[in-house]
Design a protein around this ligand. Sequence first.
Ligand SMILES: [Zn+2]
Length: 113
Amino acid sequence: MSARVECSTCNGTGFTLSFVDYGPPREDESGLYSIPCPSCDGVGSMTAADHVLHLQLRAEGARLRAHRVAVGASLRSLSKHLGVSATEVSSWERGKVAMSDACRAWMTAGGAL
Ligand SMILES: [Zn+2]
């Protein structure tokens, strides 16, 4: 089965608003730009299997963020502890990509998984 479902991140439009750092925004700019949706690669839809995976990553990311905040760790300190960039940890928390095995182990050790 590879039924296609509407991407929940961009509501099927293929584009999502995102902060893009092009330097200091001008007065009339928010720094928010419409960019191709990173979840569905801008196509606006994904297979049912990809959609399930996407929802799982989002749920795990939310759990990671909740656990990190609960133990009082900053993005910076956790990323340093796991040997990755803060950007990487942030993308795990937003469910963009699956967290590393080391992070999974850290969650498990803390009773969060
Ligand atoms: Zn999308």
